[in-house]
Design a protein around this ligand. Sequence first.
Ligand code: ADP
Ligand code: MG
Length: 727
Amino acid sequence: MSGSTARTRAITAVCNHRPIGAPLNFKATPTKELFGANTFSMAVMKERLPKEIFKSLKTTIETGSAIDASVASVVASAMKDWAIEKGATHYAHVFYPLTGATAEKHDSFLVPDGNGGATVEFSGSALVQGEPDASSFPSGGLRATFEARGYTAWDVTSPAYILENPNGTTLCIPTAFVSWTGPALDKKTPVLRSMKAVNVQAQRILKLFGHKDPAMVVSTAGPEQEYFLIDRNFFFARPDLLNAGRTLFGAKPPKGQEFEDQYFGAIPERVLAFMMEVERELYKLGIPIKTRHNEVAPSQYEIAPIFENANIATDHQQMIMLTLRRVAQKYGMECLLHEKPFAGVNGSGKHVNWSLGNATQGNLLDPGESPHENMQFLVFCAAVIRAVDKNAALLRAVVAHAGNDHRLGANEAPPAIISIFLGDMLTDVFEQIKQGSVTGSKTRGMLTVGVDTLPPLPQDAGDRNRTSPFAFTGNRFEFRAVGSNQSIAGPLVALNTIAAESLDYCATELEKATGGDASKLPAAVQALLKTIIEQHGRVIFNGDGYSEAWHHEAEKRGLPNLKTTVDALTVLTKPDVIAMFEKYGVLSKGELESREVIYLEQYVKTVAAEARLTIEIADTMIVPAAIRYQGELASAAANVKAAGLSPDTTLLHSVSTMIGKLQDAIVTLKSTLDYHPSGNILDEAKHYCHKLVPDMLAVREATDTLEGVVADDLWPLPTYQEMLFIK
Ligand code: ADP
Ligand code: MG
C-alpha cells in the first residue's frame, strides 16, 4: 500500500508481528499445584491459623455469622506473613464501585519505626476496614461531596489473594464499600444482603419439606463471558475502539459470520496461547475456569468457569475481565468486552447461570428422582416463574446500559422482552398441573394419577433455545440478557431478591394450607402450583424470541417490552420495586434512587462521548479522505477532458452527493449535541437516547456508504474485514 495512514501502518505492523513467546517457566508448575496458589484459601487458613480462630472464621464463612474483632487481628497477622512470603510489599482493599469497575487502594505494609528504620505491620483493623477517598466515586447523592468519607469493609467470605506484577506482588482483600453513614456505595454490599434474604426464605420451604437442619442456602452463579480479540495495532488505529470500546463506523465485511464456520472451530494459535496464559493466571487465583471456545462471530470467543457461590463468582468475574484485558496485551491483542464492538456482527453477552443450593440438599433447581424431591423442585421452579413474571421489568432494568442497547432487542440477541424458556417437558408438566392433575410426562410413560404423585423428570429436560433471555437449562436458569461488559452483581441482586420475595409467598401459602400437618403438603403444593401457573404462566415462552410474532404475542400477554436503557432504568424506583427491596433489606429507597441517577448519568456520559468521537473522526479522518478521493476523480475527469474526450462523471457526482450527505449529518449531530440540559437527568438521557443516538447513526450510515466507494489506499480506518479476519 502506498499511502501512510494509521490504517496502513497498522496492517504492516500486524503482518510483522513477532512469534508468540511463552513467558519463562510458563509450564514449570503443574496445574494442580497452581490452582489457588495465590489465594488465602480455607486450606491455607487451616494450616496457618490457631485451631480456635480457624473454627470461628469457618463458622462466619459458612453461616454468615458476625466476625469477632479478636479473630480479625490474628487472621491479619497470618495473612500478612503469608503475603510477605509471596513477595507482597503492599496490601489493597479491592472494592466494586457503581461504575461496574474494580477499584483498589494500595497501602504499604511498611511503617516508620521512629529510628530511621521501618517495621512491617498489618493490624486487624487495617484488614477489617479501610478508608479510601470516596469523593471520586459516584454516589448519586448518597454522600454529599464535602463529606467524602466512605469506608471499605473486609468481606470475610471472599478469599484474599495475591496480585502478581513483574516488579512485586500485592495482597488483595475483597471488600464492601459503604458511605460513612451506612448506605452501600458499591455492588458487593447488596449481593451479600440479597444472599442473606434468599437464604431466610428458602429455609422456610426446606423446613416444610421436612428437612430438619438444612445448611445455609446460597445462590450460585456460573457466568459465561463472551469477548472479541483483535490485534492491538488495529485497536490503536481506531480512535473509536480506543475511546469508546466499540466501532462507531465500519461497513459490513463481504464475508460475515454467515458461513458459521467459526463456532467451536479450531482456535487460532496466538489466541489459544493467550487463553492458556489467562487460564493459568486465573487458576492461581483459585478461579475454576472450565471451558473455552470460539463463538459465532469471527474473532469472538468465550470463557466460562464452573459455578460458585454468587458472591465469590461476582468477585471472580471481575478478575476474569481484568485478566482477559491484561493478558491480551501481552500477546499483542486487545480484548474487547463491549456488548457490540462491531455492528452487523453478533454482539457479546454474559450468560449468567443461576441457581440455589446448599450443602445438605444440593442444587434446589435440580429435578430429583423421587416424587417428593420433584415436588420440592417444582415449588422452587414455580417460585422463580412467579418472580420473573412479577419482575420482568426489573430484570430488564438490571441489564440496562448504553452498550447493551445495541444488543438487546436487536435481531440476534435476546429480545428486550423478558420471558422464560422452560422446555417442552416442564411446560407440559405445568400445563397438566393447571388442568388439575398430572397424568404423565411428555417423554416418559404414564404416571400414577393423584395429587401426591408428580412425574419423575429427566435430568436434562430442556432443549436449548438461544433466543430466550431467561432459560431453564435442566438444573439452573440461564439469564442471557446480561451484557458482556457489566458486573454480574446487579443481575444477581435482582434474581436473589425476587426469588426471596417469591419463596416468601410460597412458604406463607404452604404454611397456611398445611398448618403444620405434613400430610397436607402434597395437596397444598398442588394448589399453589396451580395458582402460580394460572397467574404467571404468561411469562413462559418456548418459541423464537426474535420473531415479529412474539413481539405481538408478548404485547397481548401484557409482558413489558422496555426497548432502551432510558425506558428501563426508571423501573428501579417504582414504588413496588422499592417496597420489595426494602422489605428484604437489600436496598433502601435512597440506595435505589441513587443507583437510578448514577446509571442514567453513565448512560448520558457514554453516549455524549461517542457523539463527540463520531464528530471528531468524521471531521478529521473521513471527510478529508472522501474529499481527497473527490479531488482525484475531478482531476481525472479534467485530464480526460483535456485529452479531448468526454469524461464519465457518474462516480464523481455520486461521491459528491455522499460527501454532502455526510456533512449535513455532521452538522445535525453537532447541533443536537449542543444541548443545554434542564438539570433533570432523565430528560437529558431521553434527549440523548431519542435524538443523539439516531443522529450519530446517520453520520455512520453516510460514512459506511463512502467506505464502499472511496479508493482503498485513501481509507483511513482499519476495516471490519481487516480487524476481524487478520489474526
Ligand atoms: P452452555 O454454553 O451450554 O450454556 P457452559 O458449560 O458454557 O454451558 O456453561 C454453563 C455454566 O453453567 C457453567 O459456568 C456451569 O458451571 C454453570 N452451572 C452449572 N450448574 C449450575 C448451578 N447449579 N448454578 C449456577 N451455575 C451453574
Ligand atoms: Mg457456553
